[in-house]
Write a protein that binds this ligand. Structure first.
Ligand SMILES: *Cc1c(COP(=O)(O)O)cnc(C)c1O
Length: 395
């Protein structure tokens, strides 16, 4: 691509293509949409005084989540970070152990690991899924770890590597079968950070249900929102019971006595948030359709521009297309930043991928493999306005 000679023309083409899809107005990266039973369910909470730690919407929301995802159990909590923290704790992650996770992720993945006193160990990502590069990971673990009494041990740090945490970037499913197989071969517990991928499937099975546990987020910018919220998914009844117990202060059930058998967390999702979730999940199929429609429109516009492409799911997966992703062909931060600068100046909210975890202050000294793939993606990804309303003929 001739960006150096003609970068202004190139950027104008990109902005023009986005405008064709989103219209002439100011446009946000992602806005929630409340066009269902939100007001009705919220009013019911207020009218009944059940706004907090008791009420029917928590159970109802968890039931809707299991119905939709096919997970046997869903435990709703205050946010996605807390969901991942508790999932990792139940997976057996302990202080001083390492947990493998992509360097290309939101900081919450690494933070959830750190809250347990464990150390994130960063792995590379690849372009086809925007998730963990499974070929490189297998080779890396083969060369850099050894098995000791059924555990995976990092040869250089001598620490146990307990778990593997893939993240389904922008809603696109990672190579889950390969990740399961790596986890089996190297004695790792698979725990999925499915915060961005509610409504995304790998070979017909919902993301977040391939590992021992998975976590979801319902933050304001996710595909459905409860204001703030998250959930733990699992098929294991014992783990589900412990997840509920640990996220509700580990209180032993009794008519009046306050007794607790562990240091629990106050991570329970309030009823008022769950009420919002019940209304939002009713509209999930519609939101996904809108996003898939939006993807098609971006794809159509961008196929006429050389040097860029819109990320597309592979045929064995169905993505929720939570955030639409433009990939620059040229590995150039300068070009990426010009596109970000000009589009944002013109009122089109675009943003880059997260800085790699290995490059942010709290994690600079964490162990990491060579991150060539993640680095290249970081320099080439631009997320485009992705609100579901954009495909509903608002222009
Ligand atoms: C949103 C998100 C989370 C969790 O976020 P919360 O704001 O705590 O709900 C975790 N991981 C990733 C990759 C996310 O995008």
């Amino acid at each position: 691509m001739k960006a150096s000679v003609d970068s202004n023309g190139f950027i104008a083409q990109i902005v023009g293509a986005i405008r064709e899809v989103v219209g002439p107005e100011q446009v946000a990266l992602h806005e929630p949409r409340f066009d269902g039973n939100e007001w009705i369910y919220l009013k019911e909470c207020l009218d009944s005084n059940y706004v907090s730690s008791a009420g029917k919407f928590v159970d109802q929301f968890e039931q809707s989540l299991t119905n939709y995802t096919g997970a046997k159990y869903a435990i709703s909590v205050v946010n996605g970070t807390a969901a991942l923290q508790i999932a990792l704790k139940l997976a057996g992650v302990k202080r001083g152990e390492e947990v493998l996770s992509p360097a290309l992720t939101f900081v919450a993945t690494a933070n959830a690991i750190s809250y347990l006193g464990a150390i994130p160990h960063f792995i590379d990502s690849e372009e086809r899924s925007l998730g963990i590069d499974v070929l490189k990971l297998r080779e890396y673990l083969g060369a850099n770890t050894e098995e000791q009494s059924g555990l995976c041990v990092n040869k250089s740090t001598k620490r146990v590597i307990r778990a593997l945490v893939p993240m389904h970037t922008f809603g696109h499913p990672s190579d889950l079968e390969q990740l399961q197989s790596i986890a089996r071969d190297f004695n790792l517990v698979l725990v999925e950070d499915a915060a961005e991928s509610l409504g995304s499937f790998y070979k017909g099975q919902h993301t977040g249900t391939f590992g021992l546990l998975g976590s979801l987020s319902f933050n304001g910018n996710k595909i459905i929102t409860t204001g703030g919220g998250g959930a733990i998914l699992t098929n294991d009844e014992g783990l589900a019971r412990r997840a509920k117990h640990l996220t509700t202060t580990a209180k032993i059930s009794h008519r009046w006595e306050f007794d607790h058998d562990a240091i629990g967390h106050n991570y329970r999702m309030p009823n008022i948030n769950a009420a919002l979730g019940c209304a939002q999940i009713e509209k999930l199929p519609e939101k996904i359709n809108s996003k898939r429609e939006l993807f098609k429109r971006y794809k159509e516009e961008f196929k006429q521009i050389s040097g860029v492409s819109i990320f597309e799911e592979s045929s064995d997966r169905k993505s929720n297309y939570w955030l639409q992703t433009l990939l620059l062909e040229e590995d150039s931060l300068r070009l990426r930043d010009s596109v970000l600068d000009i589009s944002n100046k013109l009122g089109i909210e675009t943003r880059p991928a997260w800085k790699l975890m290995s490059n942010i202050a709290p994690y600079r000294s964490s162990p990491a493999m060579s991150l060539a793939g993640a680095n290249s993606l970081y320099r080439r990804i631009i997320n485009l306005p992705s609100s579901p309303a954009l495909s509903l003929g608002t222009r």
